[in-house]
Every structure is written in C-alpha cells, then in structure tokens.
Design a binder for this molecule. Structure first.
Ligand SMILES: [Zn+2]
Ligand SMILES: [Zn+2]
Length: 362
C-alpha cells in the first residue's frame, strides 16, 4: 500500500509503496477514506512530536475497518470509524480520573516509536504519535477508533478526529459556556470557526471574531459571529473591551496558535471570566502575562488538549450534530488532495491559504 513518508524533517514528503505489518492484538487495520490535514502535522514534520524519520504523519481521519486483532472489542470489520488524534484507553491514571484527554495512550503512543510498516528497502517505518493516517491503510490501536454510524461524506467526517472535537470541545467541555454570554474568539482558522459555531449553539449573546484575514472574518460572520474585529484597526484587546461594556468578554478562546494571541485572549477576558488556550506555537514557547491578571483578576485560564474530549462520548455526539446540520462543515473544507499532492497540502496549510485541506488517499 502507499503512504506519504516524512523521510527528513523540514523536507518534502515522499509517497512510497510500503508493506504494512499485521495488526497487534489491540489494533485494527483501517482503510483510510479521508484524513484532515492539521497544522500540528506541519509542526510534526519539523520535529515537534519528536518522531524519527521515516514516519507516517496525520492524526485525524475516517475509514473502514478491514481486519481486527484478537483483543479488539470496540470496532468490527466493515465498520466505519473515526480515527481520533486523542485516545481513550479506559484504564490509565487519567482515564480512571475521567480525564481521557490526557490519556497515557496518546503520549505513550510516541515512546517507543510504533513500527507500522517496512519500506521497499526493508527499513522500519513508524507512525507519528502512534497514529499516521496519510496512507491508504494503517494499523491503529482500538483506543483511538470510534465507530460512526453515518453516510456523510468522508471529507466531513474525517474532521471529527481533531478539528471539530478540539473546537467544539473547547466550548462545551472546557469553557462550559453559559447561554447569554459574550465570547471572543481569537483566530478564525478551522478551530476558531468550529468554536464560533459551538458558541452559537450554546446560546452566546455576543460572539466576537478577532482575525486579520478578511475572508476568514467574513466567514466567521456567516457562521455566527455577531462582531468582527480586524487587529489592523487597533489593539484587539481594546476593541473587544469596547464591545463588552469596557469589561472584557465573559469568555475568550484562543485559536491562533501564537503566544501573542494567548496573551491577548487573557487580557480581553473580563475579571473573573474564562480564557481557554488551544493553539501551539512551538514546544519551547513561553507566554508572558500581567501579574495582576494572573494573581488577582480571578480569571480562569484553561488549557485545552483535544477540547477535553472523551472521544467515545464526543465523536458520536458531534457526528450527530453534523447529521442534524447544526454545524456546517462545507466552508471549513477548502480543498481535497490526492496522496501525491500532500506537499501542496502542507504548503497551503503553512501559508494559511486553506482552512482544512483533506487528503483522500484513494
Ligand atoms: Zn487512558
Ligand atoms: Zn489536529
């Protein structure tokens, strides 16, 4: 089968024929129908996840189960499944505390590297983060597979593995947004646009979209933002305060992946309000905050790994929201790419030319 391999960090991927190994007892072999490209994948191709080349990247997909190991109980051959970027093993320290977004399976999936295939020369190929979906097939642990009973297009369902879950989860699971609130969303890429749709569903009274790219601001308005803030018009913190009685927003959600945006989101949160950070600039980035904000403002500053998702609960419920048309995936998928076009997808994501590029391995 064919897979896109990271042969070298910071270099174009190569699409090659590889030989997939048989699934282990707790794994299923899955044919990948579609895989969403996430900016985290571009970071991984630069060494962010410490994966050692050659590896297969990608962590959010939908596919069909072709074969299961003898200990697999969660999925069956022939089922359509979402491959999630987060795991839910059900037994680790975190899962036992009802905090599966920190499941040891996701970080444990990287160390030691999971060998999944051999290349034409017989060398080991691993899977980034223990996942790896930019391939026609892969062997995946059942702790990150969730069956979806849906006939929706694969290019929409594949976003349930990361983008939809991270965006909606940040609003429903982490912020626990109250109806009638004011919400500022900093950054309107795919994640911010999912947050805006979730905030609308949660009954936010004011949804303020902060975004420098005009087309993204306009789309934010189409998807539910009530106010559009262009940072070019002046300090976005002051603009948000001006729209919220001078206090700041009840909730500020950072979805830009920059430390500047994180600090701005804290500053534009009203005293005793809630700030949620979801982006990632680089592994060694640091955020500087005002000590007043940090120590005595009463602001809740929350980190959101995969939207605090419980994938076995959230993937089906968010899939049902797609089914009912409550969230709109159409404008979020900018382009479909064949496996051979994956370097175009990487470039377009890095240049912010697309919201979500979807790889269809074929
Ligand atoms: Zn776990
Ligand atoms: Zn992702």
């Amino acid at each position: 089968m064919r897979a896109a391999l990271v042969r070298e960090l910071h270099a174009p991927l190569t699409v090659e024929e590889v030989e997939l190994r048989a699934p282990h007892a707790d794994e299923a072999r899955v044919r990948i129908e579609a895989a969403a490209f996430c900016i985290t994948d571009a970071l991984a191709m630069g060494g962010f996840t410490f994966a050692e080349p050659p590896f297969i990247s990608g962590h959010s997909a939908v596919g069909e189960v072709l074969e299961v190991g003898e200990a697999v109980t969660r999925v069956q051959v022939g089922q359509r499944v979402v491959v999630a970027g987060s795991t839910e093993c059900g037994t680790c320290f975190y899962c036992a505390r009802n905090q599966p977004a920190a499941c040891e399976g996701i970080f444990g999936g990287m160390i030691p590297p999971r060998f999944v295939a051999r290349d034409a020369a017989g060398a080991d190929v691993t899977a980034d983060g223990g996942i790896g979906v930019f391939a026609q097939e892969n062997v995946l642990r059942d702790m990150q597979l969730v069956p979806v009973d849906s006939d929706l297009p694969a290019e929409h369902l594949c976003m349930l593995g990361c983008g939809i879950t991270s965006g909606l989860g940040a609003v429903f699971n982490i912020a626990e947004l109250e109806p009638g609130s004011s919400v500022a969303v900093v950054g309107c890429g795919h994640l911010g646009l999912w947050m805006i749709q979730a905030a609308r569903l949660a009954g936010a009274a004011a949804i303020i979209a902060v975004e420098p790219i005009a087309a993204r601001r306009a789309l934010a308005g189409d998807l539910g933002a009530t106010h559009l803030v262009d940072p070019a018009d002046g300090d976005p913190v002051e603009q948000v305060k001006a729209l919220t009685g001078g206090r700041g927003a009840d909730y500020a959600l950072e979805a830009a992946g920059s430390t500047v945006a994180m600090a701005q989101a804290v500053a534009m949160t009203r005293p005793a309000g809630t700030m949620v950070a979801t982006g990632m600039e680089a592994p060694d980035s640091t955020v500087t905050l005002s000590a007043i904000d940090f120590a005595i403002s009463g602001k809740r500053m929350l980190s959101s790994q995969s939207g605090g998702s419980h994938i076995r609960r959230d993937v089906p419920r968010f899939a049902a929201m797609l089914e009912r048309g409550e969230i709109d995936p159409l404008p979020i998928v900018s382009r479909l790419y064949g496996l051979d076009e994956i370097n175009d997808a990487v470039g377009a994501a890095r240049a912010r030319e697309v919201l979500t590029g979807v790889i269809v391995p074929g």
